[in-house]
Design a protein around this ligand. Structure first.
Ligand code: NAD
Ligand code: GLY
Length: 369
Protein backbone atom coordinates (compact mmCIF):
# COMPACT_ATOMS: atom_id res chain seq x y z
CA UNK A 1 0.00 0.00 0.00
CA UNK A 2 1.54 3.32 -1.08
CA UNK A 3 0.74 6.39 0.99
CA UNK A 4 1.34 10.06 0.47
CA UNK A 5 2.19 10.60 4.10
CA UNK A 6 5.62 12.04 4.75
CA UNK A 7 8.21 9.36 4.06
CA UNK A 8 11.69 9.52 5.46
CA UNK A 9 14.80 7.56 4.64
CA UNK A 10 17.72 7.69 7.05
CA UNK A 11 21.34 7.73 5.94
CA UNK A 12 23.36 6.22 8.74
CA UNK A 13 26.83 7.81 8.72
CA UNK A 14 27.66 8.32 12.41
CA UNK A 15 28.02 12.06 13.07
CA UNK A 16 27.24 12.80 9.40
CA UNK A 17 23.87 11.00 9.44
CA UNK A 18 20.85 12.75 7.96
CA UNK A 19 17.36 12.17 6.64
CA UNK A 20 15.76 12.36 3.23
CA UNK A 21 12.19 13.68 3.44
CA UNK A 22 9.84 12.73 0.58
CA UNK A 23 6.34 14.07 -0.06
CA UNK A 24 4.36 16.71 -1.95
CA UNK A 25 4.22 20.28 -0.52
CA UNK A 26 7.54 20.11 1.30
CA UNK A 27 10.12 22.51 -0.10
CA UNK A 28 8.18 25.71 0.64
CA UNK A 29 7.07 24.62 4.10
CA UNK A 30 9.15 26.28 6.86
CA UNK A 31 8.73 23.13 9.00
CA UNK A 32 10.96 21.25 6.53
CA UNK A 33 13.88 23.34 7.77
CA UNK A 34 12.95 23.88 11.43
CA UNK A 35 15.51 21.40 12.79
CA UNK A 36 18.49 22.98 11.00
CA UNK A 37 21.15 24.71 13.11
CA UNK A 38 20.59 28.39 13.80
CA UNK A 39 22.48 30.72 11.46
CA UNK A 40 22.24 34.35 10.42
CA UNK A 41 22.20 33.74 6.71
CA UNK A 42 21.19 31.25 4.05
CA UNK A 43 22.29 31.24 0.40
CA UNK A 44 20.04 29.53 -2.13
CA UNK A 45 22.02 28.29 -5.13
CA UNK A 46 19.85 27.64 -8.15
CA UNK A 47 19.93 28.22 -11.90
CA UNK A 48 18.21 30.41 -14.48
CA UNK A 49 15.51 27.79 -15.15
CA UNK A 50 14.65 26.58 -11.65
CA UNK A 51 15.16 29.93 -9.91
CA UNK A 52 12.23 31.72 -11.60
CA UNK A 53 9.98 28.70 -10.88
CA UNK A 54 10.75 28.05 -7.22
CA UNK A 55 13.34 30.36 -5.59
CA UNK A 56 10.95 32.98 -4.18
CA UNK A 57 8.86 30.29 -2.44
CA UNK A 58 11.98 28.81 -0.88
CA UNK A 59 13.16 32.29 0.13
CA UNK A 60 9.85 32.85 1.95
CA UNK A 61 10.04 29.48 3.73
CA UNK A 62 13.63 30.10 4.83
CA UNK A 63 12.99 33.64 6.05
CA UNK A 64 11.13 32.08 9.01
CA UNK A 65 14.48 30.67 10.13
CA UNK A 66 17.24 32.91 8.74
CA UNK A 67 17.54 36.70 9.14
CA UNK A 68 19.06 37.03 5.66
CA UNK A 69 18.24 34.84 2.68
CA UNK A 70 20.25 35.42 -0.50
CA UNK A 71 19.91 33.73 -3.89
CA UNK A 72 22.44 33.19 -6.64
CA UNK A 73 21.40 31.92 -10.08
CA UNK A 74 23.94 29.98 -12.13
CA UNK A 75 23.74 29.42 -15.88
CA UNK A 76 21.78 26.25 -16.65
CA UNK A 77 23.33 23.08 -18.00
CA UNK A 78 25.99 20.40 -17.68
CA UNK A 79 28.29 22.55 -19.81
CA UNK A 80 28.33 25.06 -16.93
CA UNK A 81 29.42 22.57 -14.24
CA UNK A 82 32.72 24.43 -14.15
CA UNK A 83 35.15 26.48 -12.05
CA UNK A 84 33.56 29.64 -13.47
CA UNK A 85 30.12 28.70 -12.12
CA UNK A 86 31.61 27.58 -8.82
CA UNK A 87 33.24 30.98 -8.50
CA UNK A 88 29.84 32.66 -8.89
CA UNK A 89 28.80 30.89 -5.66
CA UNK A 90 31.95 32.06 -3.88
CA UNK A 91 31.44 35.59 -5.26
CA UNK A 92 27.93 35.61 -3.75
CA UNK A 93 29.08 34.22 -0.41
CA UNK A 94 31.95 36.69 -0.08
CA UNK A 95 29.98 39.58 -1.57
CA UNK A 96 27.27 39.15 1.07
CA UNK A 97 29.83 38.73 3.88
CA UNK A 98 28.64 35.19 4.63
CA UNK A 99 30.36 33.56 7.60
CA UNK A 100 31.14 29.90 8.23
CA UNK A 101 27.71 29.24 9.78
CA UNK A 102 25.89 30.25 6.61
CA UNK A 103 23.76 27.39 5.27
CA UNK A 104 23.76 26.75 1.51
CA UNK A 105 20.61 25.40 -0.16
CA UNK A 106 20.96 23.57 -3.50
CA UNK A 107 17.68 24.19 -5.34
CA UNK A 108 17.78 22.35 -8.66
CA UNK A 109 18.94 19.20 -10.37
CA UNK A 110 22.17 17.28 -10.03
CA UNK A 111 24.30 19.96 -11.65
CA UNK A 112 23.28 22.60 -9.09
CA UNK A 113 23.44 20.01 -6.27
CA UNK A 114 26.94 18.78 -7.14
CA UNK A 115 28.30 22.33 -7.47
CA UNK A 116 26.60 23.65 -4.34
CA UNK A 117 27.93 20.68 -2.37
CA UNK A 118 31.46 21.33 -3.62
CA UNK A 119 31.16 25.02 -2.75
CA UNK A 120 29.90 24.07 0.73
CA UNK A 121 32.78 21.61 1.18
CA UNK A 122 35.37 24.27 0.42
CA UNK A 123 34.00 27.70 1.43
CA UNK A 124 35.85 28.65 4.61
CA UNK A 125 36.93 24.96 4.72
CA UNK A 126 33.35 23.77 5.02
CA UNK A 127 29.89 25.19 5.67
CA UNK A 128 26.61 23.28 6.10
CA UNK A 129 24.33 22.64 3.15
CA UNK A 130 20.89 21.24 2.35
CA UNK A 131 19.80 19.54 -0.85
CA UNK A 132 16.43 20.54 -2.32
CA UNK A 133 16.47 18.39 -5.49
CA UNK A 134 13.97 19.30 -8.22
CA UNK A 135 14.71 16.64 -10.87
CA UNK A 136 13.87 12.96 -10.58
CA UNK A 137 17.55 12.15 -11.10
CA UNK A 138 18.56 14.37 -8.22
CA UNK A 139 15.83 13.03 -5.92
CA UNK A 140 16.74 9.38 -6.51
CA UNK A 141 20.50 9.70 -6.70
CA UNK A 142 22.64 12.82 -6.87
CA UNK A 143 21.32 14.65 -3.79
CA UNK A 144 22.01 11.61 -1.63
CA UNK A 145 25.38 10.31 -0.52
CA UNK A 146 27.66 13.33 -0.53
CA UNK A 147 29.45 13.13 -3.87
CA UNK A 148 30.12 16.68 -5.05
CA UNK A 149 32.06 17.79 -8.12
CA UNK A 150 32.63 19.92 -11.17
CA UNK A 151 33.70 18.68 -14.61
CA UNK A 152 37.07 19.13 -16.33
CA UNK A 153 37.19 19.33 -20.13
CA UNK A 154 39.12 16.03 -20.06
CA UNK A 155 36.75 14.16 -17.78
CA UNK A 156 33.48 14.23 -15.92
CA UNK A 157 33.28 15.00 -12.19
CA UNK A 158 37.07 14.93 -11.98
CA UNK A 159 37.38 17.64 -9.32
CA UNK A 160 35.31 17.31 -6.18
CA UNK A 161 34.92 16.10 -2.63
CA UNK A 162 32.84 13.80 -0.46
CA UNK A 163 30.70 16.11 1.64
CA UNK A 164 27.34 15.18 3.15
CA UNK A 165 24.34 17.52 3.34
CA UNK A 166 22.46 18.19 6.58
CA UNK A 167 19.18 17.12 5.02
CA UNK A 168 17.57 16.26 1.68
CA UNK A 169 14.08 17.61 0.94
CA UNK A 170 12.44 15.81 -2.02
CA UNK A 171 9.25 17.62 -2.97
CA UNK A 172 7.40 15.53 -5.55
CA UNK A 173 5.40 18.58 -6.67
CA UNK A 174 8.51 20.07 -8.27
CA UNK A 175 8.58 17.18 -10.73
CA UNK A 176 5.39 18.51 -12.34
CA UNK A 177 7.35 21.15 -14.26
CA UNK A 178 10.17 18.83 -15.30
CA UNK A 179 10.44 18.34 -19.10
CA UNK A 180 9.57 14.77 -20.20
CA UNK A 181 13.12 14.20 -21.50
CA UNK A 182 14.50 15.00 -18.03
CA UNK A 183 12.01 12.65 -16.35
CA UNK A 184 13.23 9.85 -18.61
CA UNK A 185 16.85 10.73 -17.81
CA UNK A 186 16.06 10.38 -14.10
CA UNK A 187 14.53 6.97 -14.74
CA UNK A 188 17.92 5.66 -15.88
CA UNK A 189 19.26 6.08 -12.33
CA UNK A 190 16.06 4.51 -10.97
CA UNK A 191 16.23 1.47 -13.26
CA UNK A 192 19.87 0.83 -12.32
CA UNK A 193 18.89 -0.04 -8.73
CA UNK A 194 17.04 -3.15 -9.96
CA UNK A 195 19.87 -5.08 -11.64
CA UNK A 196 22.45 -4.06 -9.01
CA UNK A 197 20.39 -4.59 -5.85
CA UNK A 198 16.69 -5.42 -6.06
CA UNK A 199 15.03 -7.35 -8.88
CA UNK A 200 11.64 -7.04 -7.13
CA UNK A 201 11.97 -3.28 -7.65
CA UNK A 202 12.70 -3.89 -11.35
CA UNK A 203 9.56 -6.02 -11.58
CA UNK A 204 7.58 -3.27 -9.82
CA UNK A 205 8.94 -0.72 -12.31
CA UNK A 206 7.96 -2.89 -15.27
CA UNK A 207 4.40 -3.00 -13.92
CA UNK A 208 4.13 0.67 -12.93
CA UNK A 209 6.20 2.52 -15.53
CA UNK A 210 3.14 4.10 -17.14
CA UNK A 211 2.04 5.54 -13.78
CA UNK A 212 5.54 6.89 -13.19
CA UNK A 213 5.69 8.46 -16.65
CA UNK A 214 2.24 9.99 -15.97
CA UNK A 215 3.78 11.44 -12.76
CA UNK A 216 1.19 9.93 -10.46
CA UNK A 217 2.32 11.13 -7.02
CA UNK A 218 1.95 7.73 -5.34
CA UNK A 219 4.08 6.06 -8.03
CA UNK A 220 6.71 8.82 -7.83
CA UNK A 221 6.77 8.52 -4.03
CA UNK A 222 7.46 4.79 -4.30
CA UNK A 223 10.19 5.34 -6.90
CA UNK A 224 11.98 8.01 -4.86
CA UNK A 225 11.65 6.17 -1.53
CA UNK A 226 12.88 2.76 -2.76
CA UNK A 227 15.72 4.33 -4.76
CA UNK A 228 16.84 6.36 -1.74
CA UNK A 229 16.62 3.31 0.54
CA UNK A 230 18.91 1.31 -1.75
CA UNK A 231 21.35 4.18 -2.16
CA UNK A 232 21.33 4.92 1.59
CA UNK A 233 22.15 1.31 2.38
CA UNK A 234 25.09 1.22 -0.05
CA UNK A 235 26.46 4.60 1.06
CA UNK A 236 26.19 3.67 4.75
CA UNK A 237 28.41 0.64 4.06
CA UNK A 238 30.96 2.44 1.88
CA UNK A 239 30.72 6.23 2.05
CA UNK A 240 33.93 7.01 0.15
CA UNK A 241 33.73 4.28 -2.51
CA UNK A 242 36.54 2.07 -1.40
CA UNK A 243 34.60 -0.92 -2.76
CA UNK A 244 30.86 -1.60 -2.72
CA UNK A 245 29.71 1.93 -3.64
CA UNK A 246 31.15 1.50 -7.12
CA UNK A 247 28.12 -0.67 -8.00
CA UNK A 248 26.08 2.56 -8.10
CA UNK A 249 28.05 3.37 -11.23
CA UNK A 250 26.39 0.62 -13.30
CA UNK A 251 26.19 2.02 -16.84
CA UNK A 252 28.37 5.00 -15.95
CA UNK A 253 31.71 3.79 -17.38
CA UNK A 254 30.26 3.64 -20.89
CA UNK A 255 27.94 6.56 -20.08
CA UNK A 256 30.70 8.96 -19.05
CA UNK A 257 32.59 8.09 -22.26
CA UNK A 258 29.47 9.02 -24.25
CA UNK A 259 29.06 12.32 -22.37
CA UNK A 260 32.71 13.33 -22.68
CA UNK A 261 33.06 12.00 -26.24
CA UNK A 262 30.04 13.90 -27.56
CA UNK A 263 30.78 16.99 -25.43
CA UNK A 264 29.07 17.58 -22.08
CA UNK A 265 25.39 18.44 -22.44
CA UNK A 266 24.79 16.91 -25.90
CA UNK A 267 23.27 13.79 -24.34
CA UNK A 268 21.79 14.16 -20.87
CA UNK A 269 23.67 12.36 -18.11
CA UNK A 270 20.72 10.01 -17.56
CA UNK A 271 20.47 9.24 -21.28
CA UNK A 272 24.15 8.31 -21.35
CA UNK A 273 23.73 6.14 -18.25
CA UNK A 274 20.64 4.43 -19.71
CA UNK A 275 22.53 3.57 -22.88
CA UNK A 276 25.61 2.69 -20.83
CA UNK A 277 23.55 0.09 -18.95
CA UNK A 278 22.66 -1.52 -22.29
CA UNK A 279 26.36 -1.86 -23.15
CA UNK A 280 27.26 -3.08 -19.65
CA UNK A 281 24.44 -5.66 -19.76
CA UNK A 282 25.67 -7.00 -23.11
CA UNK A 283 29.22 -7.15 -21.75
CA UNK A 284 27.93 -9.07 -18.71
CA UNK A 285 26.24 -11.53 -21.07
CA UNK A 286 29.38 -11.98 -23.18
CA UNK A 287 31.31 -12.77 -20.02
CA UNK A 288 28.78 -15.50 -19.25
CA UNK A 289 27.36 -13.76 -16.17
CA UNK A 290 23.75 -13.22 -17.30
CA UNK A 291 21.58 -14.65 -20.04
CA UNK A 292 19.98 -13.07 -23.12
CA UNK A 293 16.56 -12.95 -21.41
CA UNK A 294 17.91 -10.68 -18.67
CA UNK A 295 19.53 -8.37 -21.22
CA UNK A 296 16.32 -8.23 -23.28
CA UNK A 297 14.26 -7.44 -20.17
CA UNK A 298 16.55 -4.60 -19.13
CA UNK A 299 16.87 -3.11 -22.62
CA UNK A 300 13.07 -3.23 -23.06
CA UNK A 301 12.52 -1.30 -19.82
CA UNK A 302 15.19 1.27 -20.71
CA UNK A 303 13.57 1.83 -24.12
CA UNK A 304 10.08 2.06 -22.58
CA UNK A 305 11.36 4.70 -20.18
CA UNK A 306 12.17 6.86 -23.22
CA UNK A 307 15.94 6.38 -23.12
CA UNK A 308 18.32 5.67 -26.01
CA UNK A 309 19.46 2.06 -26.37
CA UNK A 310 21.79 2.60 -29.35
CA UNK A 311 25.13 4.22 -28.52
CA UNK A 312 26.53 7.11 -30.57
CA UNK A 313 29.55 6.79 -32.84
CA UNK A 314 32.30 8.90 -31.25
CA UNK A 315 34.96 8.38 -33.92
CA UNK A 316 34.29 7.16 -37.45
CA UNK A 317 37.88 5.86 -37.87
CA UNK A 318 38.26 3.90 -34.59
CA UNK A 319 35.05 4.14 -32.61
CA UNK A 320 35.76 1.35 -30.14
CA UNK A 321 39.28 2.71 -29.63
CA UNK A 322 37.86 6.13 -28.80
CA UNK A 323 35.46 4.60 -26.25
CA UNK A 324 38.29 2.60 -24.69
CA UNK A 325 40.53 5.68 -24.51
CA UNK A 326 37.84 7.72 -22.78
CA UNK A 327 37.00 4.88 -20.39
CA UNK A 328 40.63 4.55 -19.31
CA UNK A 329 40.17 8.02 -17.76
CA UNK A 330 37.32 6.71 -15.59
CA UNK A 331 37.92 7.15 -11.84
CA UNK A 332 37.57 3.39 -11.32
CA UNK A 333 40.46 2.67 -13.73
CA UNK A 334 43.69 1.51 -12.15
CA UNK A 335 47.00 1.74 -14.04
CA UNK A 336 45.06 2.11 -17.30
CA UNK A 337 42.91 -0.98 -16.64
CA UNK A 338 39.20 -0.21 -16.96
CA UNK A 339 36.99 -1.61 -14.19
CA UNK A 340 33.42 -2.23 -15.37
CA UNK A 341 30.37 -2.52 -13.17
CA UNK A 342 28.77 -5.70 -14.47
CA UNK A 343 25.76 -7.75 -13.47
CA UNK A 344 27.05 -10.93 -11.82
CA UNK A 345 23.53 -12.29 -11.54
CA UNK A 346 20.28 -10.32 -11.68
CA UNK A 347 20.12 -8.18 -8.52
CA UNK A 348 23.84 -8.38 -7.81
CA UNK A 349 26.70 -6.38 -9.36
CA UNK A 350 30.42 -7.00 -9.56
CA UNK A 351 33.27 -4.65 -10.47
CA UNK A 352 35.91 -6.22 -12.70
CA UNK A 353 38.00 -5.73 -15.86
CA UNK A 354 37.05 -7.21 -19.23
CA UNK A 355 39.18 -8.09 -22.26
CA UNK A 356 39.42 -5.19 -24.76
CA UNK A 357 38.36 -7.55 -27.57
CA UNK A 358 35.03 -8.28 -25.85
CA UNK A 359 34.47 -4.60 -25.08
CA UNK A 360 35.10 -3.77 -28.74
CA UNK A 361 32.54 -6.41 -29.82
CA UNK A 362 29.93 -4.91 -27.50
CA UNK A 363 30.59 -1.36 -28.72
CA UNK A 364 30.32 -2.51 -32.35
CA UNK A 365 27.05 -4.32 -31.54
CA UNK A 366 25.46 -1.39 -29.69
CA UNK A 367 26.56 1.61 -31.75
CA UNK A 368 24.27 3.32 -34.25
CA UNK A 369 25.26 2.49 -37.77
P1 NAD B 1 20.38 19.06 -14.35
O1 NAD B 1 20.78 19.48 -13.02
O2 NAD B 1 21.09 19.65 -15.51
O3 NAD B 1 18.82 19.32 -14.51
C1 NAD B 1 18.19 18.98 -15.72
C2 NAD B 1 17.45 20.15 -16.36
O4 NAD B 1 16.18 20.29 -15.71
C3 NAD B 1 18.13 21.49 -16.23
O5 NAD B 1 17.91 22.23 -17.40
C4 NAD B 1 17.41 22.13 -15.06
O6 NAD B 1 17.46 23.52 -15.08
C5 NAD B 1 16.02 21.62 -15.26
N1 NAD B 1 15.19 21.53 -14.08
C6 NAD B 1 15.56 21.11 -12.86
N2 NAD B 1 14.49 21.00 -12.06
C7 NAD B 1 13.43 21.38 -12.79
C8 NAD B 1 12.04 21.48 -12.53
N3 NAD B 1 11.53 21.07 -11.36
N4 NAD B 1 11.23 21.94 -13.49
C9 NAD B 1 11.74 22.29 -14.70
N5 NAD B 1 13.03 22.20 -15.03
C10 NAD B 1 13.87 21.74 -14.07
O7 NAD B 1 20.50 17.48 -14.53
P2 NAD B 1 20.18 16.25 -13.56
O8 NAD B 1 19.80 15.15 -14.45
O9 NAD B 1 19.29 16.63 -12.45
O10 NAD B 1 21.60 15.93 -12.91
C11 NAD B 1 22.69 15.50 -13.69
C12 NAD B 1 23.96 15.77 -12.94
O11 NAD B 1 23.96 15.03 -11.72
C13 NAD B 1 25.20 15.39 -13.70
O12 NAD B 1 26.14 16.43 -13.64
C14 NAD B 1 25.71 14.18 -12.94
O13 NAD B 1 27.11 14.04 -13.00
C15 NAD B 1 25.24 14.46 -11.56
N6 NAD B 1 25.09 13.26 -10.73
C16 NAD B 1 25.66 13.28 -9.51
C17 NAD B 1 25.50 12.20 -8.66
C18 NAD B 1 26.06 12.24 -7.28
O14 NAD B 1 26.06 11.23 -6.60
N7 NAD B 1 26.51 13.39 -6.81
C19 NAD B 1 24.76 11.09 -9.07
C20 NAD B 1 24.18 11.11 -10.34
C21 NAD B 1 24.35 12.20 -11.16
N1 GLY C 1 25.90 8.04 -8.28
C1 GLY C 1 26.95 7.20 -7.80
C2 GLY C 1 27.26 7.40 -6.37
O1 GLY C 1 26.67 8.23 -5.72
O2 GLY C 1 28.13 6.76 -5.85
Amino acid sequence: MISLDLQTVAIDLADRSYTIAIRVSLFDNPLSYAQLPKAGAALIVTNTTVGPLYASRLERALSAQFAKVYTVQLPDGEAYKTWESLNLIFDALLGHGCDRKTVLFALGGGVVGDMTGFAAATYMRGVPFVQVPTTLLAQVDSSVGGKTAINHPLGKNMIGAFYQPLKVVCDLDTLKTLPARELSAGLAEVIKYGPIADMDFLTWLEAHLDAVLAREPAALAQVVRRSCEIKASVVAQDERESGLRAILNFGHTFGHAIEAGLGFGVWLHGEAVGCGMVLAAHLSQRLGLVDAFFVHRLVTLIAKAGLPTKAPVLDSADNAGRYLGLMRLDKKSEAGEIKFVLIDQPGCAVVRPAPDALVRQVIDLCCQK
